[in-house]
Design a protein around this ligand. Structure first.
Ligand SMILES: CC(C)(COP(=O)(O)OP(=O)(O)OC[C@H]1O[C@@H](n2cnc3c(N)ncnc32)[C@H](O)[C@@H]1OP(=O)(O)O)[C@@H](O)C(=O)NCCC(=O)NCCS
Length: 301
């Protein structure tokens, strides 16, 4: 029977966040269920004008809170990694919307964000680029049709060969890794999902297969893990020229306090963890981002 388990076990967790090491990827996860009014208002004070505009456009309370906690979590993690107050960090975005740090961070830090119902993650590494994705695999009738429409021919064939239940699980492995990779590149879904393939063949770390005119697959380290909450988490990080691999670690920050420049005290979780990742309510069905219908066949792998 095909191997269902992720390619690496749950990463070890730690309760306090420290700057990421040269050969590490830190994935910091937070619950989106923080309800401490004082904490939330402190997060709100950190919003930029642009954030505030997007915040005001969130129609539902759940989305508004997730948006707010995401911004605060990113500032929290990056302030520790850059060694500056969280409200001093200035963010921008590339043409495809990938957030980046404009100022001020003396350390070389790449980061990326993903959220899904119940969970928000920020991944950081001392690398040129990183992408992260998180999904909650749920049986969806049309998984295989989605794969046939958007995945590469090799991936569709590999899925077709699996028993239906295993196929559902593997579909989400593909999806999460593919999205982490396009997020690492920063190009979003403008890079059609059939332009590259995830190769699970040898049972070790998944590999990226891509035509040389699109990218060099050897440049990317892909990692996939299952969280005890059932979420699937994928990271794509660009390797250094030496090819030295990264170790991926998962940490939790629930709830967390942001350290503004005018405040004093320690940066770190403000009190003991109130709710672990395992305690999250069952997330709703996975929702896939709007994808291009006119997938290109020029780059098919
Ligand atoms: C990046 C993208 C794939 C994420 O989709 P998603 O599954 O809905 O959301 P996730 O939770 O995984 O990630 C969302 C986060 O990714 C980050 N992000 C946004 N655009 C990104 C990009 N181009 N590359 C990397 N990360 C991006 C943001 O931090 C965002 O969270 P925020 O809005 O709270 O800041 C999707 O938003 C996208 O493709 N955007 C680019 C637009 C595009 O290419 N459109 C063409 C459609 S054919």
């Amino acid at each position: 029977m095909a191997r269902l388990a992720p390619t690496m076990p749950d990463a070890p967790t730690k309760s306090s966040i420290v700057p990421v090491g040269e050969a590490e990827v830190d994935v910091v996860a937070a619950s989106d269920a923080i309800s401490d009014v004082e904490l939330l208002s402190r997060y709100e004070a950190l919003l930029t004008d642009d954030d505030r505009h997007r915040y005001s456009q969130q129609r539902f309370e759940e989305g508004r809170r997730r948006f707010l906690i995401t911004r605060a979590l990113a500032r929290y993690v990056l302030s520790i990694n850059c060694g500056v107050a969280s409200d001093d960090l200035v963010f921008g975005a590339d043409q495809w919307g990938k957030p980046m740090l404009l100022h001020p961070c003396e350390n070389r830090v790449a980061f990326n964000i993903a959220h899904t119902s119940g969970l928000i993650v920020v991944a950081v590494a001392r690398a040129d680029a990183i992408g992260v994705d998180i999904e909650y695999p749920s049986p969806i009738d049309e998984n295989f049709e989605i794969a046939q429409r958007f995945f590469s021919a090799k991936e569709v064939e590999a899925l077709r060969a699996l028993p239906p239940k295993v196929r559902d699980e593997r579909f989400f492995d593909y999806w999460t890794l593919k999205e982490a990779y396009v997020k690492g590149r920063g190009v979003g879904l403008s890079l059609p999902f059939n332009c590259f393939a995830i190769d699970f063949r040898d049972g070790s770390r998944p590999r990226l297969a891509v035509e040389p005119n699109v990218d060099d697959g050897r440049k990317w380290q892909l990692d996939l893990m299952s969280l005890s909450s059932g979420h699937r988490l994928a990271v794509a990080v660009e390797l250094p020229p030496s090819g030295r691999p990264f170790e991926v670690r998962l940490s939790r920050a629930v709830p967390f306090n942001v350290l503004a420049s005018e405040q004093s005290g320690e940066t770190g979780p403000s009190r003991p963890m109130a709710a672990g990742i395992e305690d999250q309510p069952a997330p709703s069905k996975a929702r896939f981002p709007q994808c291009r219908d006119d997938v290109s066949s020029d780059c098919e792998v």
